[in-house]
Design a protein around this ligand. Structure first.
Ligand code: ADP
Ligand code: UDP
Length: 238
């Protein structure tokens, strides 16, 4: 499928139209952002790693019966996807306390949560992605109750599929962010699942192997992403 004009340049990906209005190309760039896009750096090979990582994970989710945007890989750093009408929302699942949850409730980082938490955030960099509730979505028209119920159910299902997958590779899936959209009336998982949008720790050492290495200036970002990819079996072209 031919890549046509650029329709959107985000912080980490560029979106292109194709000759078919139902499909888009996602180009994964090397850009890595923090602080709502105020801090951006490039990391050699990050786009390639995240594209292949995301493709691998979305295939696993498809195999488990979760509908995703996936069509097929177009190149090392490009993916053909269904064009979704995205909800302006981020769904977050947390298995352990970290990041904004640990800060907000003064919890020990790594605290195991008795049952995983589901949170909703509004996707809006200028407002710093504020946390919202289902009631906000109904009032402001960001998503209907029926769609929210489905997004929450799918988010937990993704956790049920991915937590054991990482666990088998001696990794802890601490938390992750998902974005959903509508395709011909159906809720579909869009955007990406990669170490840019989740927290993954080594089960033994508790070393951080995700974008927190960038956020917290720990170094070794790409080595960490490659380590996770290798352990879970992502076929990375060297
Ligand atoms: P951001 O917009 O947060 O800077 P990215 O750089 O990842 O993020 O840009 C990708 C953009 O494409 C995001 O706004 C995301 O919501 C959107 N997107 C992801 N997948 C799809 C899809 N399948 N259809 C339409 N839009 C998508
Ligand atoms: N996350 C993301 N994009 C965002 C905000 C969060 O991918 O704009 C991911 C983040 O990587 C983590 C999870 O969502 O895996 C929960 O993030 P948190 O609310 O703790 O925010 P943070 O402390 O990362 O800002």
């Amino acid at each position: 499928m031919q890549k046509l004009s650029e329709v959107y340049r985000g912080k980490a990906k560029t979106v292109y139209a194709t000759e078919n209005p139902d499909f888009l190309v996602l180009e994964f760039r090397n850009d890595t952002s923090a602080l709502d896009g105020k801090r951006i750096e490039q990391f050699y090979r990050k786009g390639i790693i995240n594209n292949q990582f995301n493709h691998f994970i979305m295939l696993k989710l498809e195999e488990a019966g979760i509908s995703t945007q996936l069509e097929h890989l177009l190149s090392e750093n490009e993916l053909l996807v269904k064009k979704l009408d995205m909800f302006p929302l981020e769904s977050v699942i947390r298995n352990r306390a970290a990041g904004s949850l640990a800060k907000r409730l003064a919890l020990q980082e790594g605290l195991l949560l008795d049952s995983p938490i589901y949170e909703l955030f509004l996707k809006n960099d200028s407002l710093h992605d504020p946390m919202i509730t289902a009631s906000y979505c109904e009032t402001f028209g960001w998503a209907s109750t029926a769609h929210l119920v489905k997004m929450k159910e799918l988010s937990y299902k993704v956790n049920d599929v991915l937590s054991p997958l990482f666990d088998a590779a001696d990794l802890i899936l601490v938390d992750f962010k998902l974005e959903f959209g509508l395709f011909k009336g159906e809720i579909i998982l869009g955007d990406e699942f990669s170490p840019d949008g989740c927290r993954i720790w080594d089960k033994t050492t508790l070393n951080k192997l995700d974008k927190d290495r960038f956020r917290q200036n720990l170094g070794g970002l790409i080595g960490a992403y490659e380590e996770v990819a290798k352990r879970i079996g992502v076929p990375l072209n060297q």
